[in-house]
Design a protein around this ligand. Structure first.
Ligand code: PMP
Length: 388
């Protein structure tokens, strides 16, 4: 586990606004069943591992040189993947990779946020966004979601008009709630962004709309992705990752699909050679095996549906558990857990790590293998009885 105690010597000139802040992150504990950070629980198969080893071996003799700063071959692979996964063919200059979609988001904040600028999100949402805002001196404002966690589109439009943000950041499907974001909602908000003002900016400057599609491959089949809107909307940016459905979290590869203009803005702030040759080789190898890498997505979707139904059949203090609708590989459940930390602790004692996140009264669990889910169900039944 990492040391989160913030014993920073007072003699260090840490930025004033960072004094007392703690490094953010889910606990990394060595437990048998990890259902806490929304990974794909199925390991790459041996053929994928062999391809990764071969590709990395091939570039190893060139490691004295810097990698392709523009990672052109990998951007072509993103293009091929989206053509297949989302039925949208984008050009290489409409795609961009980074070390996880975390870095993509940070780069967007670096390029489009900054002092005097504000980013608008819709809570409850991904807890890293306010940290990117803080780190780039960008203001952070929220439009609140409805009680069922769907987006209150009117509230978002009102906030866009009032706050005049430079970035509107929405998660589709949302984390930690799993809530799908209807395509019509994206279109309405995008239309509003395209005419909205940005505080402090010249006339004719409009906010960008960032759709974070980290979990989008788990959506209901047949639902369009926001990438299908990129060709006609220069202020739309869609963030994607290989960490979730694609089962490649350890490699740290995220990517951005957007107009060439947005990509060129991000290229201004990126670190030189930010994506290592090893990362690029590993990602290219994984894309050679897209079928295998995605082979459990359907099963994880089924696991989500079965787990949601099972959870709805459980009770706590005589009340059935609530389960938020999810288009993702995790479920937010409970709704009336008055002692969610205690439930989390009891699960942990039984070797099952989930996440205390989201509004009070709720817990989040990510879908594991069939055996892991069985352990989760057994542990939860016991834990609820004890805490109750
Ligand atoms: N966006 C959302 C909504 C997430 O939940 C996560 C991971 N928890 C990320 C982005 C970042 O993922 P990565 O950096 O691994 O691509």
């Amino acid at each position: 586990t990492t040391d989160n105690s913030n014993a920073i010597p007072a003699s260090l000139p840490l930025r004033n606004d960072l004094v007392g802040e703690e490094p953010y992150g889910a606990p990394q504990l060595d437990v048998p069943v990890c259902l806490n950070v929304n990974e794909n629980p199925y390991a790459p198969d041996p053929a994928v591992c062999d391809s990764i080893a071969r590709r990395v071996r091939e570039i190893a003799p060139t490691l004295n040189r810097y990698p392709d700063r523009e990672h052109i071959e990998l951007r072509q692979a993103f293009s091929d993947y989206l053509a297949r996964e989302s039925d949208t063919r984008l050009d290489v200059d409409e795609l961009w990779g980074a070390n996880g979609s975390n870095e993509i988001m940070l780069q967007l904040f670096q390029a489009f946020g900054g002092p005097g600028r504000t980013a608008l999100g819709a809570d409850p949402t991904y807890s890293m966004y306010p940290e990117y805002a803080r780190d780039t001196f960008t203001g952070w404002q929220l439009a609140h979601r409805n009680a069922d966690f769907t987006l209150d589109v009117d509230a978002v439009l009102e906030q866009i008009a009032q706050v005049k943000p430079s970035m509107v950041l929405l998660t589709s499907p949302n984390n930690p709630t799993g809530t799908p974001l209807p395509f019509e909602d994206i279109e309405r908000i995008l239309a509003a962004c395209e005419t909205a003002e940005v505080a402090g900016a010249a006339e004719g400057v409009h906010p960008i709309l960032v759709i974070d599609e980290a979990y989008v491959e788990f959506r209901k089949p047949g639902t369009p992705s926001a990438v299908s809107l990129i060709k006609n909307h220069p202020n739309l940016a869609v963030s994607r990752t290989m960490s979730k459905a694609f089962a490649f979290a350890g490699a740290r590869v995220g990517y951005l699909a957007a107009s060439k203009g947005i990509i060129d803005c991000v290229r201004i702030v990126r670190m030189p050679y930010h994506l290592s040759a090893v990362t690029q080789a590993a990602a290219l190898a994984a894309f050679e095996h897209t079928d295998e890498q995605l082979s459990y997505v359907g099963h994880l979707r089924d696991t989500r549906e079965a787990t949601a139904a099972w959870l709805q059949g459980q009770t706590y203090k005589g009340q059935p558990l609530e389960v938020a609708e999810s288009g993702s590989n995790f479920l937010l459940f409970g709704g009336h857990f008055d002692k969610r930390e205690a439930i989390f602790d009891e699960l942990l004692k039984r070797g099952v790590l989930i996440r205390v996140v989201g509004p009070d009264g709720w817990l989040r669990v990510c879908m594991g293998t069939d055996e892991e889910m069985e352990r989760f169900r057994n542990a939860l039944v016991e834990s609820l009885r004890i805490v109750e």
